[in-house]
Design a protein around this ligand. Sequence first.
Ligand SMILES: [Ca+2]
Ligand SMILES: [Ca+2]
Length: 199
Amino acid sequence: MGNSKSGSLSKEILEELQLNTKYKEEELCAWYQSFLKECPTGRITKQEFESIYSKFFPDADPKTYAQHVFRSFDTNSDGTLDFKEYIIALHMTTTGKTNQKLEWAFSLYDIDGNGTISKNEVLEIVMAIFKMIHPNDLKLLPDDENTPEKRAEKIWSFFGKKDDDKLTEKEFIEGTLANKEILRLIQYEPQKVKEKLKE
Ligand SMILES: [Ca+2]
Ligand SMILES: [Ca+2]
């Protein structure tokens, strides 16, 4: 008899989510109801996830970036996001501590999931980010970061790495925490970062 389709959240998942996030039981149950309304199967597919992103970026092409984000959220790699993965992702990317956000950013950039980031992986994510930048905003970017190649180069040189070097999670997080320029360059949301830098 029903588990995910019964309309209520299993106690096990509820407890795990409360432990890993700051969300309250009532919040989680309410979200679960609206999650089921949007996704009656209890799972978000990659295509659904891409179309959610497209709504947020109607003038751009967020598909590639959405695919990378999806991969980083799909922690058990089964090709769908269940409620637990969805909530953990929501928590990490919005209310989580800076360290958690950077752990997530690391997994976003570590495309092949081998535990290190290569310069090519940086370039691939930066290319996906560029597809989401509005052409008018592209014109405003500084000369040394207005193409994916230049921006990847800039990020990589901030870390003091040679072309074939690899970046560990520790180096990535420590470097990013120590240098707000890197933090700005690795993210998509320029406005949010600008506000953060003022704090
Ligand atoms: Ca999954
Ligand atoms: Ca990698």
